[in-house]
Design a protein around this ligand. Structure first.
Ligand code: ATP
Ligand code: MG
Length: 189
């Protein structure tokens, strides 16, 4: 199986590039942000819990996230692979993912780090907030999310370098250009 992690700060383009990866490689997509937003839309208990964290720019607790991830992963049958978009976001999640894959005879094939400068992230997210109305894409919450990214999520860069699967991707440029770099990194694996 081809198990890809698409990694990067909020607004780095994980969702956009994931769609292209799915189309080209025929693998399944897990976006934890999309899963949570669907739960909120459907008014479930999980959605109510998640909304409290998301509106504050905070992460959902690891234990909850890890359970959700495993159940989505196990819902895929005869999968050629999976793209993990928005997960892991903490070291505890990375360790849990490793363990979850290992018990299924799997491992992460490659971790793609979409690297985008902070001022560009800010501009993209504010624009997205105006267009999509996503409640967490407002200046105050974006600042909190970027802070959470730097404190809790970016340590995963070194963690995956140690795992030997890290690939840096420049996340600035055209969507096609970035996708071409992603394909090269995946095919190197
Ligand atoms: P991008 O714009 O690159 O797709 P994003 O950070 O804007 O990324 P999502 O990945 O959709 O957006 O996540 C939205 C919110 O959902 C996060 O700010 C967080 O509160 C919650 N969330 C998503 N994934 C996780 C996770 N793995 N662990 C904890 N909370 C998560
Ligand atoms: Mg997303």
């Amino acid at each position: 199986m081809l198990n890809v992690i698409i990694f990067g700060a909020p607004g780095s383009g994980k969702g956009t590039q994931s769609e292209r990866i799915v189309a080209k490689y025929g693998i399944n997509h897990i976006s934890t942000g999309d899963v949570l937003r669907a739960e909120i839309k459907n008014g479930t208990e999980l959605g109510k819990t998640a909304k409290g964290y998301i509106d504050q720019g905070q992460l959902i607790p690891d234990t909850l996230m890890i359970d959700i991830l495993a159940s989505v992963f196990d819902s895929f049958k005869d999968s050629k692979g999976v793209i993990f978009d928005g997960f892991p976001r903490t070291i505890a999640q990375a360790e849990a993912l490793k363990e979850m894959l290992a018990t299924r005879g799997q491992a992460v094939s490659v971790m793609l780090d979409l690297d985008v400068a902070e001022d560009e992230l800010m501009a993209r997210l504010i624009k997205r907030g105006l267009e999509s109305g996503r409640a967490d894409d407002n200046e105050e919450t974006i600042k909190k999310r970027l802070f959470v990214y730097h404190s809790q999520t970016s340590p995963l860069i070194d963690w995956y370098k140690k795992e030997g699967v890290y690939q840096h991707i420049t996340g600035l440029g055209t969507m096609d250009g970035i996708f071409a770099d992603i394909c090269k990194a995946i095919e190197k694996e």
